[in-house]
Ligand binder design. Structure first.
Ligand code: NAD
Length: 358
């Protein structure tokens, strides 16, 4: 039997509560599959600073690099807000992503039928939305040189190399092959030279994936189309800053931040984490929604471990829990038949995930 090594980074605030539920679900699904998990916990964020004086101890990087994948909760909290920037929990997370070289950020936006009323858009616009933003994460204007400011000017540089575009484009096309085989590449090629290179390289890479239909869209139009008719999109491929903005916009289609997973992947180990933060305002109360983290665990099975059946079991179990009316407090006003705690929601999804086909 295969045993996958998973590095668990629970972090701060609600991090430990939601990771515990994801582990419960992973163990449940493993109980009816031919693989198992071994977990190693590692510290990051405020809790790591409190114990070691560093928000990202070297040991955590080593643990992550020796694993098959990282399941991450969330870090941060007001307790650490006044530390010098490099000691703050958020600096630990940025350093971590860089150390692991995770250049592709995958953010699915799925609207569950049962929660169409939770979206700020009309039900008929969001019902059936199932798209994936593939955002380049460690290049572009956030990292380009030169950058700087003086009293009267500030400047940053948006730069992409052919290699950076090629590798993120491959990710997007590979993901599209597992979905409905459509990639829309978002850029600003009508104005920016860097975007024209982006468009040319993406078009070249597309020839290696003849089954995938490629289209291009300017980012300003894409921002509008996401709200007008989000169902037209399958995979949205884009650079760092455009992806930052569009993925936040896409995330609001589905209603609650407690539902949304993400994956950050690169050449080596991937990091699977909810998009939300450590929610210090609700930590320790047992009311956090664990679905974003459980769904991130499903992405880990799908993208890091290639266990597609197991990932589908979890996704179906989440849908079933929602369709039967189970809701955590954040979604209690949307057709709840029963409002449950973080742990109860984890147990319900674990139970449904463990239903074997045979
Ligand atoms: P947040 O995402 O933690 O919380 C925003 C709001 O959403 C809060 O009202 C919170 O209660 C609610 N919320 C978040 N997750 C929820 C869940 N699973 N279930 C129910 N409700 C949920 O954002 P914030 O308040 O701006 O930040 C809090 C801390 O988290 C800060 O220190 C910030 O730096 C950090 N942060 C960390 C990450 C990360 O670890 N990746 C990401 C964003 C923010």
């Amino acid at each position: 039997m295969k045993t996958y090594k998973i590095a668990l980074i629970k972090g701060d605030g609600i991090g430990p509560e939601i990771i515990d539920e994801a582990v419960k679900v992973l163990d449940a699904v493993a109980s009816c599959c031919d693989f198992d998990f071994s977990y190693e916990e590692a510290l990051m964020g405020g809790c790591a600073y409190d114990i070691t004086g560093d928000p990202l101890p070297q040991e955590t990087i080593t643990t992550a690099l020796n694993s098959d994948a990282v399941l991450f909760g969330a870090i941060g909290g007001t307790k650490w807000d006044n530390l010098p920037r490099e000691k703050r929990p958020e600096s630990g997370l940025l350093r971590f992503r860089k150390e692991l070289g995770v250049y592709a950020n995958l953010r699915p936006a799925v609207v569950y039928d049962e929660l169409v009323n939770a979206s700020s858009l009309k039900p008929e616009v969001v019902r059936g939305v199932d798209l994936m933003v593939v955002r380049e994460l460690i290049g572009g204007i956030y990292f380009g040189e030169p950058k700087g400011r003086d009293e009267n000017r500030g400047w940053n540089t948006m730069v992409y190399t052919r290699g950076e575009i090629e590798r993120i484009a491959h990710q997007a096309f590979k993901i599209a092959m597992t979905r409905t085989k459509r990639v829309c590449s978002i850029d600003k090629a009508n104005v920016l030279d860097v975007s024209q290179l982006w468009r040319d390289v993406v078009t070249e890479i597309a020839t290696q994936y003849p089954e995938v239909e490629l289209s291009h869209m300017y980012v300003d139009n894409a921002a509008m189309q996401l709200i007008r008719d989000p169902k037209q999109f399958d995979v949205m491929l884009t650079g760092n800053i455009f992806g930052d903005i569009l993925s936040d916009e896409a995330s609001m289609l589905s209603g609650s931040i407690g539902l949304l997973p993400s994956a950050s992947i690169g050449a080596r180990i991937g990091v699977y984490e909810p998009i939300h933060g450590s929610a210090p305002d609700i930590a320790g109360q047992g009311i956090a929604n664990p679905i974003a983290t459980i769904s991130s665990a499903s992405m880990m099975l799908r993208y890091a471990l290639g266990e597609i059946d197991a990932a589908n079991k979890i996704d179906n179990a989440i849908k079933r829990a929602l369709s039967e009316g189970y809701r955590t407090k954040d979604l209690a006003q949307y057709d709840a038949k029963e409002v449950c705690s973080t742990s109860e929601m984890g147990s319900i999804i674990a139970n449904y995930s463990a239903k074997c086909k045979h």
